[in-house]
Design a protein around this ligand. Structure first.
Ligand SMILES: Nc1nc2c(c(=O)[nH]1)N[C@H]1C(S)=C(S)[C@@H](COP(=O)(O)OP(=O)(O)OC[C@H]3O[C@@H](n4cnc5c(N)ncnc54)[C@H](O)[C@@H]3O)O[C@H]1N2
Ligand code: MOO
Length: 402
């Protein structure tokens, strides 16, 4: 049976990504639940921060240019949470703590290390800084009504903290893209179930689900379906609310590779099937209404590499997140043979501390997960690349971008 032409990886990515529109729906969420999401609208400060002139240090609030001399009479204590009611006048000082409002009249704070006791209710100022020192001015951070965060901002620890400081307990964030994942194959048993004769553990789904979550998706796990058209159709129908359906396995040309006919029977329009990529050749991409459908190959390294190259950027686009930069360059520690017609992603490790020299793992068989787990990057060998000598520069994809 003749094989269909393989489409280049870059063309396949373009076709997949140019159609993907960020999820428009938004929901109002408590700050903690909004983590990792993208802000759906501009956010203005509800309050001014700091709300009052506040001391930045523990010490004494005084008048800097006070001609009465270094010894000041103590007139009270200002602690964080208090509003001091007494005014600092020439010759006086108020004990003050970090975060407390500056009392009226005072214009500087002398840190306590630069003072010493001078009898009952008196303090000697050993060194007085210029007026304004150690004071955080009201509104220095932001002012009520000012723009705090722009629509599209990633809600991460820093932006969540800023929103909280600005008086927000909830934020309007975009819904996470919903990604349904279905593993297929009569031979698969769920992780944790010991395989019987002829069976293997379904390891591919957990990787794709984890990768999807890591990139901002909500995962709908559809479990494992047998190689049976009716069972596959029923499982796939359960993905009807998903933005993306990912199947694993059954993508190739064997008699039990049923994904393509099953997707077609459900009305999925295929954009392409089979790409010039190794591993990952049998990848198929299509659409069912607004849902993007990806049929990943079954070999777990193949499905994972397809996950990195296609699933990750797709989900990030849908989630409104910027592309994750994985590409880098490194020098080869060993020579490589010429490449075949497919872009070859070779599991590899860096051999130096600085991660500038790379060597491929010994076996590149796409069923071997131990080499995937120990790999640090994938060497990307372009289709038909000539032999490469040790020392040549190659493109790599970092598995854990730094
Ligand atoms: N005659 C040809 N045979 C194959 C070709 C080809 O072009 N011509 N392509 C090969 C390539 S490349 C790949 S990749 C595989 C992919 O095939 P399928 O997508 O149909 O995958 P399966 O046959 O269902 O499974 C392949 C392999 O992976 C195991 N598997 C399946 N699902 C999982 C899972 N969730 N977790 C772990 N392992 C899984 C399955 O047991 C098989 O061992 O086809 C080649 N064949
Ligand atoms: O392309 Mo398959 O994914 O080589 O193993």
């Amino acid at each position: 049976m003749p094989s269909s032409p393989l489409i280049p990886v870059e063309d396949a990515r373009r076709i997949l990504l140019e159609r993907a529109q960020p999820v428009a729906d938004a929901e109002v969420l408590p700050l903690a639940d909004a983590q990792g999401r993208v802000l759906a609208e501009d956010v203005a400060a509800r309050i001014t921060q700091p709300p009052f002139d506040a001391s930045a240090m523990d010490g004494y609030a005084v008048i800097a240019d006070d001609a009465t001399g270094p010894v000041r009479r103590l007139i009270g204590v200002a602690a964080a949470g208090d509003m001091p009611s007494v005014r600092v006048t020439p010759g006086t000082a108020m004990r003050i703590f970090t975060g407390a409002p500056i009392p009226e009249g005072a214009d500087t704070v002398v840190i306590q290390e630069n003072t010493e006791p001078a009898g009952e209710d008196r303090v000697r100022l050993v060194q007085v800084p210029a007026a304004g020192a150690n004071i955080r001015r009201a509104g220095q951070d932001f002012a009520e009504g000012g723009l705090l965060l722009r629509k599209g901002a990633l809600l991460d620890p820093r932006t969540l903290s800023l929103a909280a400081a600005g008086g927000h307990g909830t934020l309007s964030a975009h819904r996470r893209p919903r990604v349904a994942v279905l593993a297929t194959g009569d031979e698969l048993v769920p992780p944790g179930t010991l395989p019987g004769p002829g069976q293997i553990s379904a390891s591919g789904g957990i990787a794709i689900e984890a990768l999807a979550r890591e990139n901002g998706a909500e995962v709908i796990s559809l479990g494992i379906a047998r190689d049976n058209e009716d069972e596959l159709r029923t499982a796939i129908r359960a993905a009807k609310d998903a933005d993306v359906l990912i199947t694993i396995g059954g993508a190739s040309v064997g008699d039990r590779d049923l994904i393509r006919p099953v997707l077609a029977s459900l009305g999925v329009e295929l954009d392409f099937w089979k790409i010039a990529m190794r591993p990952g050749k049998p990848l198929m991409v299509g659409r069912l209404g607004a849902m993007t459908v990806l049929g990943l190959p079954g070999n777990p390294v193949s499905s994972f590499v397809c996950g990195l190259i296609f699933v990750e950027p797709l989900i990030r686009r849908l989630a409104g997140l910027p592309e994750r930069k994985r590409t880098d360059v490194a020098r080869l520690g060993v020579a490589l043979a010429a490449d075949g017609p497919r872009l070859h992603y070779m599991r590899a490790r860096f051999t130096d501390e600085a991660q500038t020299v790379v060597e491929p793992c010994e076996s590149q068989d796409s069923a071997l997960l131990a080499t995937l787990a120990e790999a640090e990057c994938l060497i990307a060998r372009p289709p038909h690349a000539d032999e490469a000598a040790a020392g040549e520069t190659v493109e790599v994809l970092r598995l854990d971008p730094r």
